[in-house]
Ligand binder design. Sequence first.
Ligand code: DGI
Ligand code: FE
Ligand code: FE
Ligand code: FE
Length: 187
Amino acid sequence: PYTREQLVGKVQEKLDDKRFQHCLRVEQQAIELAKENDYDVEKAAIAGLLHDYAKQRSDHDFIKVINDKQMNPVLLDYGNAIWHGVVGAEFIKDELQIFDEEILNAVRRHTVGAPYMTQLDQIVYMADYIEPGRDFPGVDEARQITHENLKKGVFFQTQQTLKHLVETAKPIYPGTITTYNAWQSAI
Ligand code: DGI
Ligand code: FE
Ligand code: FE
Ligand code: FE
């Protein structure tokens, strides 16, 4: 397996500097959330570092994987925002030889979440949202809620994201709504 230093190099190679620095901050934020929640720090770090590995792939590359791997054709109705996690995990498996399905699932679920999310899924989903480089209305409230209660953070992010998508008239991936409904119980 690749060392952490080698993985950092692989991520850097595929992303511009801004996105690469975001990945390093998500790695650190995931480590912090892992410690707060008694979760495996190494695993959280790898998932955080790799979560946006495929963010700058072309639509053509994603569409090829969706077709070649016979993934859900509904994915074709969406774009990079959804693909880089759900489909991006396949690049991590094939190019970085990461076969840990818990890590791959955390990448798959980092944008739209899922009705059932492991602790690692929740850590990566929230680390991506609250890393120190993030600056949007509500981010401080998101940080406060998440450090207080990780699951409440998951619901808060899902609610905020849905609100934002509706306000800006963006299409909503069905999985995002499924996540929102399932996580009602966390409030
Ligand atoms: O990759 P990042 O920018 O670090 O963050 P992300 O992967 O959490 O989110 C990427 C984008 O995806 C973000 O601008 C919000 C958007 N998004 C999340 N859920 C949906 C969505 N976009 C659409 N169209 N539909 C969704 O359901
Ligand atoms: Fe992302
Ligand atoms: Fe996210
Ligand atoms: Fe990200």
